[in-house]
Design a protein around this ligand. Structure first.
Ligand SMILES: C[S@@+](CC[C@H](N)C(=O)[O-])C[C@H]1O[C@@H](n2cnc3c(N)ncnc32)[C@H](O)[C@@H]1O
Length: 221
C-alpha cells in the first residue's frame, strides 16, 4: 500500500452530539435483526472447529481482521489461546495461503453484526478482543455506521474480555470510550501510541504516512 493516505476528514470536530441519545436508545431496545443464513452457517462451522480443536482454550477475537495479518501475529504471540479472525471480505481473507496459518487460528468470513450476537447467544466469552482500524465513517450523518453507534454494540460489549480498539481518527476513539463507559460503567480513556511494529496493513500505512495513532483498551466484565 502507498504511504500517502489521509487522516479522515470530517466536519465533525468532537464527540457527535447525538451519540448519548443513540446509546440510550440502543441500551433500552435490544437489537433483534434476524440472522442471515450465511452468517449462521459460518458461525456454526467455526464454532464446531473450535469445539473440536480447542474446546477449553481461551479465545481471542480479531474483528474486522482484513487480510488476517494481525490474527496471525496474535496466534503466534498467544500460542496457548485460540484466535478467530472475522472479516466480511472473502477477497481479503484469501490473501494468505490457508496451509501456512498457525494451527491455533481460524479465519472466518462473516458479517460481525450477526457473528457477535451468535457468539453471545452461544454463551461464548472472550479473553481478548481486537477491533483494529474499523472503517471510521467520518461523515456526521454516518454515526450509526461507526461500531459504537450501531445497535449491535451493546451485544459486542457483552462478549467481554480485554477489548482494544485502534484508529487514526481521534474522534472515533473518544466516541468509542464514551460509548463503552456509558454502556458498561467501566472508565476508559483513549491514548496516542507509537506503532513501532505495526500489527496490521492499515496501521503500517497510517504510520508510514505520518499519522498519529490512537487506541483504547478496556477490561470488560
Ligand atoms: C479499514 S479495514 C481494516 C482491516 C485490518 N484490521 C487492518 O487494520 O488492516 C476495515 C475492515 O473491516 C471489515 N468490515 C467492515 N464491516 C464489517 C462487518 N460488518 N463485518 C465484518 N467485517 C467488516 C472490512 O471488510 C475491512 O476489511
Amino acid at each position: 500500500m502507498r504511504a500517502n493516505s489521509r487522516v479522515p476528514a470530517s466536519a465533525q470536530q468532537g464527540i457527535h452530539e447525538q451519540l448519548g441519545r443513540l446509546l440510550e436508545r440502543h441500551r433500552q431496545a435490544p437489537f433483534r435483526k434476524p440472522y442471515a443464513d450465511y452468517n449462521r452457517a459460518a458461525f456454526e462451522a467455526s464454532f464446531a472447529r473450535r469445539e473440536r480443536e480447542a474446546a477449553n482454550v481461551p479465545l481471542i477475537l480479531d474483528s474486522c481482521c482484513g487480510i488476517g495479518e494481525s490474527s496471525i501475529a496474535l496466534a503466534r504471540t498467544f500460542p496457548d489461546h485460540y484466535v478467530i479472525g472475522v472479516d466480511q471480505s472473502e477477497v481479503r481473507l484469501g490473501r494468505f495461503d490457508a496451509a501456512t496459518l498457525p494451527p491455533n487460528l481460524d479465519l472466518v468470513r462473516a458479517d460481525l453484526v450477526d457473528y457477535w450476537r451468535l457468539l453471545l447467544d452461544a454463551g461464548v466469552r472472550l479473553s481478548r478482543h481486537y477491533l483494529l482500524y474499523p472503517n471510521p465513517w467520518p461523515k456526521i450523518g454516518h454515526l450509526s455506521r461507526r461500531w459504537h453507534g450501531h445497535p449491535v454494540f451493546p451485544a459486542m460489549l457483552g462478549l467481554g474480555g480485554r477489548l482494544e480498539c485502534r484508529s487514526n481518527w481521534r474522534i472515533y476513539i473518544d466516541e468509542f470510550c464514551l460509548a463503552v463507559t456509558t454502556l458498561t460503567g467501566r472508565p476508559v480513556t483513549g491514548e496516542e501510541f507509537d506503532a513501532a511494529q505495526p500489527l496490521t496493513p492499515f496501521e503500517r500505512k497510517y504510520r508510514d504516512s505520518g499519522h498519529r495513532l490512537y487506541r483504547a483498551v478496556v477490561d470488560l466484565p
